[in-house]
Design a protein around this ligand. Structure first.
Ligand code: ZN
Length: 520
């Protein structure tokens, strides 16, 4: 009944006529063209990362630059400005259907954001970050922060100028957070992360003191890449990934990309000495892909065919990777299948022992290798440092020392070099400040969404153990996927769980899981 009413409003056509109707038609057309160009850029991006000949990359990058300029030009064009002005007149806006109204709202936000940056400044910034990424890669390999620092200093300066041009709401870092998680404030984030830390740090200490440490020896060995691929494809199929509308390829850094309805691609990387790395990577990207494959058809070809936010998108990958893929129910069903793919590799290992091994908790230096629990602490460290950079005047020069101190205090480990410390992530070289919190917020969304799913699918573990993953996928499609960007993140999580985003579900989930594994 509720969802029926909602659908009716989704489809409600805009009740406008005359000039406003014409403006709407032109606006839809312009937005559609921008979207089409972006989809083409996506195809080229995918190609460049999955096997385009190295020699051709330089030339191709120029075409990417030209088309990106065109997208930017259309986005900030006078035509776009006039159409948005006409459509955001109060009377007109009120009469727009839900999809049109939300699309106007999103495009207006993007238009304002882009329009406020002088084109010259933007061009300089693009050149700077392109160079910086190459410099960062070198610097990381040589553990040489000093060579990267001047670039990072400039990127931080540009970002500070952008924040001023966009307009500071609250603190400068609030403005940056809003780029990735609309409406989320530093105060919200401080509270959520504070609560998380207060419960996870004691849990981590108890885990470290537990005499019941999992045996992980059988996770390392030699695992045929072909068999890994077959098993990964099998699991994707079980999750309900649509191979008619998607594909799985290989790349150094795994990613998922939606190129439009009927074309959603993911990549993974097979490590010959690690049986689970590619698998969990595939499940993670598969979770992103299920989101992209199941937007409502009415949203196709619009900018609303996208995740509600970065963190909500991340919730879908993490829900599948961790809450399903690292669950005991999952491995009770799929461990025998895994064993069949690698004859002789897991003699005498039970599903329970395998489950404990893949959930081992160890404070470590590298974020992307971290377990489900300490991962959040890696994120909080970055969040605090970014906040200090933009709100408290921390200088780039002092960043390595601040980084090392934070790792010492929070995780009890200290990098031996900046390569495994402050230089480990690509994000800052591209100016992506405010992005990191999305990962932990994604875990919080995932736990809250999963709790709601369990209310509707009371025997979810039983279903998973029986190899029935589709009821969960269908529930997620109904409550998360199909909405795309039509609902704001806060509206979405309230509609699903009846509450705003909180940290409690994630803490409860982690405590329950690890108390059992470590017998606390
Ligand atoms: Zn992800």
């Amino acid at each position: 009944m509720r969802s029926g009413r909602r659908r009716e409003r989704v489809l409600k056509v805009s009740r406008i006529s005359g000039n406003a109707a014409q403006a709407l038609e032109k606006f839809r057309e312009l937005a559609r063209r921008i979207r089409q160009y972006e989809e083409i850029l996506g195809v080229v991006y995918w190609d460049m990362r999955t096997g385009a000949p190295r020699k051709g990359i330089g030339h191709r990058s120029e075409a990417v630059g030209a088309l990106s300029d065109e997208v930017f030009r259309l986005m900030v064009s006078d035509e776009m400005g006039e159409l948005l002005a006409a459509l955001t007149e109060e009377e007109t806006l009120r009469e727009l259907g839900r999809i049109d109204r939300r699309l106007v709202e999103e495009m207006k936000k993007e238009y304002d954001r882009k329009k406020k940056i002088p084109p010259e400044l933007n061009r300089e910034y693009v050149v700077l970050t392109t160079k910086a990424e190459a410099v960062w890669e070198e610097a990381k390999a040589r553990s040489d922060f000093a060579s990267f620092a001047p670039y990072l200093e400039q990127i931080v300066d540009y970002t500070r100028r952008f924040v001023e041009l966009w307009g500071v709401k609250g603190t400068p870092y609030d403005t940056l957070l809003d780029l990735y998680e609309p409406d989320l404030t530093v105060a919200d984030c401080d509270r959520l992360f504070g609560e998380l830390k207060a419960r996870l740090v004691p849990l981590l200490e108890a885990i470290m003191d537990s005499p019941h440490q999992p045996d992980t020896s059988f996770l390392k060995g030699t695992f045929d890449a072909g068999a890994q691929k077959r098993f990964s494809l099998f699991i994707l199929r079980e999750m309900g990934f649509d191979f008619e509308g998607g594909r799985l390829d290989e790349s150094v850094h795994p990613f998922a990309i939606g190129l439009g309805p009927g074309d959603v691609r993911i990549t993974t990387r097979y490590l010959p000495d690690d049986v689970v790395s590619a698998l969990f990577g595939t499940i993670h990207e598969g979770g992103h892909a299920l989101y992209e494959q199941n937007f409502a058809p009415e949203l196709a070809g619009t900018h609303l065919a996208d995740g509600a936010s970065m963190a909500v998108h991340e919730s879908q990958s993490r829900l599948w990777e961790n809450m399903v893929g690292r669950s005991l129910a999952f491995w009770r069903r799929y461990f025998p299948v895994l064993k069949n793919h690698f004859p002789g590799a897991f003699e005498g290992v039970t599903p329970e022992a395998f489950y404990r091994a893949i959930n081992v908790v160890r404070p470590s230096l590298i974020r992307i290798e971290a377990d489900e629990l300490t991962y959040n602490l890696h994120i909080m460290i970055r969040y605090e440092l970014e906040k200090k950079l933009f709100n408290e005047g921390l200088s780039v020069r002092d960043l390595p020392e601040a980084w090392n101190a934070a790792y010492r205090e929070t995780l009890g480990v200290e990098p031996r070099s900046d390569g495994e410390g402050v230089l480990q992530d690509v994000h800052w070289s591209g100016g992506a400040f405010g992005y990191f919190p999305s990962y932990s917020l994604g875990n919080m969304y995932a736990a809250q969404i999963m709790r709601a799913a369990r209310r509707h699918l009371p025997d979810l573990d039983g279903l998973i153990e029986a190899g029935k993953l589709l009821p969960l996928k269908e529930w997620l499609t109904e409550h998360v996927h199909r909405h795309g960007k039509l609902l704001r993140p806060a509206e979405l999580i309230r509609a699903i769980s009846g509450e705003p985003l909180g940290s409690a579900c994630l803490c409860d989930y982690l405590e329950t899981k690890y108390r059992e594994i470590y017998r606390l």
